[in-house]
Design a protein around this ligand. Structure first.
Ligand code: 5GP
Length: 187
């Protein structure tokens, strides 16, 4: 398939390494556009408004939902997250491949509203490895980690809903597999 820009959704449990794989994907293929989500979560150290996320308050998030400005949205681990609709549509219309890095409920909404989207599940090599990565990140307190691990069990059980699975054993291989799935691996 050549030319047709496509929407790709990368999902998978918290801690599996979605952000790292997407970062590597963008180094390999700078022509891919990664959607910047809105969230009510507080920024982590080093995160910048408009780069990793648009950090908004609850009132602003509610406005985005009410006015239909989000392609999908979900509450995850106590915070709201959503994909601004207009920017995705603009990039696809311009022929740019678009990636959404979102959790399971959002992936399901995209599946329903954009049947042409390709849903890719990023899986950990093992449950033990997922726990190790989530705890090792060191950015969340214990109760948040516990809640995310509980959600991760549910998310892992949904793998069969996706069009493809990529196992994140190494970032390099996972990013390359994603490039191939997106039909972007050229000569
Ligand atoms: P984090 O707080 O670790 O940045 O993200 C928590 C979860 O929310 C991750 O699984 C991430 O992929 C997901 N997420 C980020 N942005 C969005 C979004 O716009 N919509 C949905 N549904 N999930 C998102």
């Amino acid at each position: 398939m050549s030319g047709a820009a496509r929407l790709t959704v990368l999902s998978g449990p918290s801690g599996v390494g979605k952000s790292t794989v997407v970062q590597r994907l963008r180094e390999l293929r700078p022509d891919v556009w990664l959607s910047v989500s809105a969230t009510t979560r507080r920024p982590r150290p080093g995160e910048t408004h408009g780069v990793e996320y648009f950090f908004v308050d609850h009132a602003e998030f509610a406005r985005l939902v009410e006015e239909g400005e989000l392609l999908e949205w979900a509450k995850f681990s106590g915070n709201f997250y959503g994909t601004p609709r207009a920017a995705v549509a603009e990039h696809l219309a311009a022929g740019t491949p678009v990636v959404l890095e979102i959790e399971l409920q959002g992936a399901r909404q995209v599946r329903a509203s954009q049947p042409d989207a390709q849903l890719v599940f990023l899986a950990p090599p093992s449950w033990e490895e997922l726990v190790r990565r989530l705890v090792g990140r060191g950015t969340e307190p214990a109760d948040v980690i516990a809640r995310r691990l509980q959600t991760a069990r549910i998310e892992l059980a949904a793998e069969s809903e996706f069009d493809a699975t990529v196992v994140n054993a190494s970032v390099e291989e996972a990013a390359a597999a994603l490039v191939a799935l997106m039909g972007l691996s050229g000569p």
